[in-house]
Design a protein around this ligand. Structure first.
Ligand code: PRX
Length: 634
């Protein structure tokens, strides 16, 4: 472990020296004056005074050496479309998109909300924003109109980019009606909505604010748009993520620090070299998509594979065939996808030639031991679990094979990554935990480059949410429980807050509760996450009705349950839909009225809820038990 230990130690003890060296990986139009500004903790500013541009680093910079290398390979098993873009072609498309955006009034510092399915234009749009110095905010295509409206009002975009439709599992999802509804709900009205017309939606919605992309693209076909040279700490994007409250937070990322952190991670964690091909099966609406479908592979000169479709259509062998056909070297996905594949037909993996594949990376949710063992044995290649968050932008825990190929420990995403002063702390005292003792995973100040710089429009929320849970200490809380062994390997034990993780999707139980509460029949509601063999976790809802009698008959109750599920679909999106909605007469609460969510979750998982001295009425627990027995466990 010497090499890793020494590497990590230097990154923590001499961060300025460490990151000054790493900063050479990217192009600086103007060199930075200061590596790190710590004058205003917990805020940290990296590479102060340096001017650079993410699009230049991801694309323009490679034109001299790899103009004819594929930059982006796009495969859609939904539409049967496959497209390849060399770096030169990607450059041209980004310039067209940037010229179109500029013609619609987008300028440096403006926000552009991107609500797109997995199509190449999403990459063009994100990089066009980077080129113009506009701040993109990508909203996952699975989110419903009210979620979209909330993000429009928070980010106040100058432009929305959307498509006529997305497709998933063979089903077409119309996007423009959702945007239309979101705009009707939102206070903020962006002047234009740019639509990529895939000709998928059965009916064309036409509204005066809608502008079709294709005619404009033609108009600006040969236009070159220069890169805006941004100060390293200007924002590059805002990405909303769920937390304890019902209101998602806009995670803000900088420019220079992000580029440097991603470039370094490609060597030390992913071992990706220019010319390699990387397939990250995530979505551009999530942080993994931002960092490892788009920015990191392109900054490092790789070919990135973008995939629209599911892992099991046309069959569970599709991803492995893609590896063979495209000679994929690095693959990155979430454990749920593997559990799904394992359940389908694990032997399908053996039918493809996987010799090009060097390493499989997994992140986003706990990797269970059976899945880890299965895939490691089946592939016969390293499987690298890595732990991080939307907030950090790149891994915090991993075996950093580019530093030292330490052995994997089943069930653990590995050891702290260079740059992160990661410690486990006692929740009450803030003391560092002894090996084997459970604690909250925290990060010391300053966070390394690439991590969130603030909450969009709300510096105070950044401080109060992330930096205030450990008394009297300057520590960032991840809100994850963990346990560390003698060798430094950390195992993740779940969230300390009300965030749940369904199939690798991060959801706030409060958001789901708010959606359910909007239904007229609901008086009170508690949503908890419970363990699920396939999805990792699923949401269960416990609802107290205003008029229980009305829903006493079996059929009325079944109809209400379906209705409540549909309410969540409409408010948040189908990904947030609870697996079951149970009706109870009363919810377990403390005497001060706080919901005892952990006790409910324990019961739902068949565990003992433990001593609850502050419970107001212990019979509420029995209610929950009865509902679970009557309704069958999730
Ligand atoms: O609880 C941790 C879990 O996912 C959360 C972050 O989710 P998100 O913001 O969507 O970012 C995902 C980036 C990969 C974390 O707080 N989590 C993430 N990776 C792992 C994980 N839990 C266990 N093992 C992991 N490798």
């Amino acid at each position: 472990m010497t090499r890793y230990r020494e590497f990590h130690r230097r990154s923590i003890e001499a961060p300025e020296d460490f990151w000054r060296d790493e900063a050479r990986r990217i192009h600086w139009e103007t060199p930075f004056e200061t590596v790190l500004d710590r004058s205003n903790p917990p805020f940290a500013r990296w590479f102060v005074g340096g001017r650079t541009n993410l699009c230049h680093n991801a694309v323009d910079r490679h034109l001299a050496e790899r103009a004819q290398q594929n930059a982006l390979v796009y495969i859609s098993t939904e539409t049967g479309i496959e497209r390849r873009y060399t770096y030169a072609e990607l450059y041209a498309e980004i310039n067209r998109m940037a010229a179109v955006m500029r013609s619609l009034g987008v300028k440096r510092g403006d926000r552009v909300l991107i609500y797109l399915p997995m199509i190449p234009e999403a990459v063009f749009a994100m990089l066009a924003c980077a080129r113009l110095g506009a701040i993109h905010s990508v909203v996952f295509g699975g989110f419903a109109a009210p979620s979209l409206a909330a993000r429009i009002d928070d980010a106040k975009p100058a432009l929305i980019v959307t498509a006529d439709a997305g497709a998933r599992g063979g089903k077409v999802i119309d996007y423009t009606p959702l945007v239309d509804e979101a705009l009707a709900r939102a206070q903020h009205k962006p002047p234009h909505v740019l639509r990529i017309d895939r000709q998928l939606a059965p009916e064309r919605l036409n509204a005066s604010y809608l502008v079709d992309y294709e005619p404009l693209r033609e108009q600006f076909f040969d236009v070159h748009v220069p890169c805006e040279w941004l100060e390293s700490n200007e924002p590059s994007y805002v990405l909303y993520t769920s937390g304890t409250t019902g209101r998602p937070k806009g995670v803000v990322r900088d420019v220079g620090g992000y580029a440097v952190a991603l470039a370094a991670s490609m060597e030390y964690i992913f071992e990706g070299r220019a010319g390699d091909t990387m397939f990250t099966a995530s979505d551009i609406g999530w942080v993994v998509g931002h960092s490892y479908i788009i920015y990191a592979p392109l900054i490092a000169g790789l070919t990135t594979v973008m995939y629209e479709g599911t892992p099991i259509r046309p069959d569970g062998g599709i991803w492995w065939r893609l590896v063979e056909q495209h000679r994929i070297n690095l693959m990155f996905t979430a454990p749920t996808a593997l559990r799904v594949l394992k359940k389908q037909d694990p032997a399908l993996l053996k039918k493809s030639d996987l010799s090009s594949l060097r390493t499989l990376f997994l992140a986003g949710e706990p990797l269970d031991e059976p899945t880890a063992s299965w895939i490691t044995d089946a592939l016969g290649k390293p499987v690298v679990d890595n732990y991080w968050q939307t907030e950090t932008g790149w891994p915090m825990l991993a075996i950093q094979r580019g530093v030292e190929a330490l052995p994997q420990k089943l069930g653990s995403p590995g050891v702290p990554v260079y740059g992160y002063n990661l410690t486990l702390r006692n929740e009450q005292t803030g003391d560092v935990c002894a090996p084997g003792e459970k604690g909250v995973i925290t990060l010391g100040y300053p966070l390394p480059p690439g991590c969130m710089s603030t909450v969009w429009g709300d510096d105070r929320r950044f401080v109060s949410t992330y930096w205030s849970s450990v008394p009297d200490q300057q520590l960032y809380s991840t809100f994850d429980w963990g346990i560390q062994d003698d060798n430094g390997y950390v195992t993740i034990l779940g969230r300390t807050d009300d965030v749940i993780n369904v199939a690798g999707h991060r959801l706030g139980t409060r958001e789901i509760e708010e959606a359910l509460s909007s239904h007229a029949a609901v008086a009170e509601v508690a949503v908890v996450g419970v363990a699920d063999p396939l999805k990792g976790q699923v949401a269960l809802a416990f609802v107290v009705l205003r008029d229980a009698e009305r829903y006493a008959p079996e059929d009325a109750r079944a109809k209400l349950e379906a209705d409540l599920a549909a309410t969540v679909d409409r408010q948040l999106g189908a990904i947030a839909r609870p697996a079951r909605v149970h009706m109870v007469a009363m919810l377990p609460k403390t005497r001060s009225g706080k919901l005892l969510r952990r006790a409910i979750a324990a019961l739902a998982e068949g565990r003992d809820p433990g001593d609850l001295p502050t419970i107001e009425d212990a019979s509420a627990l029995q209610q929950v038990r009865d509902a679970l027995t009557a309704g069958g466990k999730a």
